[in-house]
Design a protein around this ligand. Structure first.
Ligand code: GCW
Length: 720
């Protein structure tokens, strides 16, 4: 391969230096001890073959590829593409050993043939194809069979076996079909190619440098990127955008003269069924093409995008498409030319359409230079105001990518009203796995319960449709990645669970967060768990299950958001953003706190929701406690549904949050001898910081509201 690849082969660090996360060798034991057959052709089947060979080499099993019908060896596990099956297993045939096979096969081989035949018949009887990523799994006559119509399905079937471990080789069970709910399951890296003077190598990155880029060049760490691709495939991710949505000068050139660098990454991710996407600047025709304009309706601009895109596909035939942040926080966009976002998005979509590519066009558009004195402008309204009127105007291959909440990845926000407002547009819902506002991977904050709540939210009330349904019928789910070149990938080793859980919830948004955590624990701690698996599992659940709510308790109260230090967003600063142009205010005074977003007396934001939410949020009586200050400005003595006043709730939850973090620390100590000492030490260090920071949050928030309101704590605790 090209220059970078060769260069790095020599400099690639010892891969054992990188934590195996949810794919330690031990997780492969159940597969590795078996006699395995892999049937089928194609690059992804080669990946499956390589994986099972590696496991078999380690644990004493065998791995054979494409045995002939006359020489079907005994096997305990078969991974097969349907088109590689013996003809007799076609649906028309009664289940049973095909004669051609039984004539020469041993008893075990017959069992293999029978299992394959039965599975083939059963899946055909289901009447649905398995699709490009689905697979069927069954166990019959002592043989476990994974069947897929297409190679990617076989890869996902293999990782399902890894998850199941020995359970995949237990009693006979009938066919179970697995298909992803979301066709698009994407991670966006906010990685800069060059170190940005303010944002560094990775914008909002809390795990060291980028795994892709370093000081203006590709990092060239083949081992690490390959390990990453493997981890992503194992949790179901199938698309990655490799550079920051804030596209700076060098990064812009990835589209043209630096395309080789993207080609190299695509080559590394492809064996794990991951397509590469690129964040591009809307001004590319000007800054790269030398044109006088980037006006989306200008013919020369359209030609430039068409030609540039053709060159990308000539090098990366499975290129996923573009990702664009336009007219947002200083990024260029169609507004400069008097055009709207449908014009802008359609321009790029037109260029991508001949190749099946998509443009992810972000709806994160708002005025970041607003006057804090002006109480009528409401940042929460912005995405809807800009995008809802454009519904129906976007081309089919435009995916409008909407942050899950109307503000900005806060610990608690309502679901964005845009999700219910664009039935004629493909929408993707965007999450933030990187913990910008949720503790920056120094705090334990398992986010799956939060995402799960959002995905299950029914924007139209009881009609049954959920946020997950909207995403599944449109552009799927996207999240900002939390990995870096840190030894544990994510800085905080327990933050790995968030990445894993995001992938799993894309695959199936109905999975319960605790279930997903169990999967992650069993895989990740497999080598350690032999000592006392129950204690390990229980303790990790005690620490992590409710950690998002704990974080919420000691930070900004009742959905009001922010109160973080401006710029880096870590730690408390109640008024940090109060008198700034960013549109993120809490409006606390001596009488009360919160943002009036009602139609009756406020910004009218509640009117962006369909019923019943437009009514439920509008009324102070029906607005859920946890969002009260997002929607209403209330006096400190206002009584919550919980029975507490707002001010007493603030005091109580902050003290409680700190106590919960102290309890996490004690629990983690119990695991000292049960987990890898390096993991234990890192988490211990992070927990110490979490306690310190939680106390600081508690003291500052409580002191602030005590001083504003003059109301003492009902329990007489010190408020400073
Ligand atoms: O949350 C804000 C972040 C910015 C980020 C922006 C976005 C990439 O503070 O760092 O920019 O969101 O989503 O575009």
């Amino acid at each position: 391969m090209r220059r970078h690849r060769d260069q790095v082969r020599m400099s690639t660090p010892d891969p054992t230096d990188v934590h195996p996360a949810w794919l330690p060798d031990e997780a492969w034991r159940a597969i590795g001890v078996r006699r395995i057959l892999v049937c089928g052709e194609g690059a992804l089947v080669d990946t499956v073959q390589a994986e099972v060979e590696r496991a078999a080499d380690r644990y004493g099993g065998t791995a054979r590829r494409n045995p002939t019908e006359a020489d079907l060896p005994p096997a305990d596990l078969v991974l097969a593409l349907t088109d590689a099956l013996p003809p007799d297993s076609s649906p028309a045939t009664e289940p049973g050993p095909p004669e051609t096979l039984t004539a020469t096969a041993t008893a075990t081989a017959t069992a293999v043939a029978t299992a394959i035949a039965q599975l083939g018949t059963a899946t055909a009887q289901l009447g649905e194809s398995l699709g490009v990523e689905g697979f069927a799994l069954a166990r019959h006559a002592g043989v476990t069979v994974v069947l897929a119509d297409a190679p990617a399905g076989l890869l996902y079937g293999l990782f399902e076996l890894v998850r199941l471990g020995e359970a995949a080789f237990g009693p006979t069970h009938p066919v179970r079909v697995h298909r992803p709910v979301m066709a698009r399951r994407m991670l966006d890296h906010w990685d800069n190619v060059d170190v940005h003077p303010v944002m560094g190598q990775v914008e909002r990155g809390y795990a060291g440098g980028s795994i892709f880029w370093q000081d203006g060049r590709p990092r060239g760490d083949v081992a690490r990127v390959t390990a990453y691709a493997r981890l992503l495939a194992a949790c179901g991710i199938n698309a990655v955008s490799v550079n920051n949505v804030n596209v700076h000068a060098i990064e812009a050139r990835l589209l043209t003269e630096r395309l080789d660098d993207v080609v190299d990454l695509a080559d590394l991710l492809r064996p794990y069924a991951i397509r590469v996407h690129l964040a591009v600047t809307f001004a590319a025709p000007v800054v790269l093409g030398g044109l006088p304009t980037a006006d989306p309706l200008d013919q020369a601009v359209r030609d430039w995008w068409a030609e540039t895109t053709a060159r990308v596909y000539a090098r990366i035939p499975d290129f996923g498409g573009y990702l664009v942040k336009a007219d947002s926080e200083g990024q260029p966009g169609p507004f400069s030319y008097g055009r709207d976002h449908a014009d802008g998005a359609n321009l790029l979509a037109e260029a991508l359409a001949p190749y099946g590519g998509v443009v992810h066009w972000r709806a994160f558009v708002y005025n970041h230079r607003q006057d804090w004195r002006d109480r009528s402008t409401d940042r929460a309204r912005a995405a809807y105001d800009h995008f809802a009127p454009l519904d129906g105007r976007f081309r089919d291959n435009v995916i409008v990518q909407v942050k899950h909440g109307p503000m900005d990845f806060q610990t608690r926000e309502p679901v964005s009203p845009v999700i219910a407002a664009m039935p004629g547009t493909r929408l993707a819902v965007e999450f933030q796995v990187t913990q910008e506002y949720t503790g920056q991977q120094r705090h334990v904050c398992y986010l799956a319960p939060w995402w799960s709540e959002i995905l299950r939210f029914a924007p139209w009330g009881d009609d049954g449709r959920t946020v997950a349904d909207v995403a599944a019928g449109g552009g799927g789910l996207v999240a900002v990645s939390n990995v870096g070149d840190d030894r544990f990938w994510t800085g905080h080793p327990l933050a790995q669970a968030n990445l894993y859980a995001f992938g799993r919830l894309c695959w199936n948004p109905r999975l319960r967060p605790q279930e997903v955590l169990d999967e992650w624990i069993d895989l990740t701690f497999a080598p350690d768990a032999r000592v006392d698996p129950e204690l390990l599992r229980r303790t990790l659940h005690e620490i992590m299950d409710d950690s998002w709510r704990t974080y919420e308790r000691y930070t900004a109260p009742l959905g009001v958001g922010f109160m973080v230090r401006p710029g880096h967003h870590y730690g408390p600063d109640v008024d940090g953003y109060e008198y700034t142009p960013w549109g993120t205010y809490h409006f606390a005074d001596r009488d009360g706190v919160g943002v009036d977003r009602t139609r009756a007396t406020g910004t009218g934001f509640t009117g962006q929701y369909p019923p019943p939410w437009s009514e439920l949020y509008e009324s102070i009586d029906t607005c859920p406690d946890e969002l009260l200050l997002f929607f209403h400005h209330v006096p400190y003595g206002h009584l919550l549904h919980s029975g507490s006043t707002v001010i007493q709730h603030i005091y109580d939850t902050h003290f409680e949050g700190v106590r919960e973090v102290e309890a996490m620390c004690r629990r983690w100590e119990w695991l000292a001898r049960l987990v890898d000492p390096a993991v234990h030490a890192r988490v211990t260090e992070r927990l110490a910081e979490q306690v310190r920071c939680a106390r600081e949050w508690c003291d500052q928030v409580n002191a602030y509201f005590h001083r504003k309101s003059g109301i003492p704590d009902a329990h007489g605790r010190a408020l400073h």
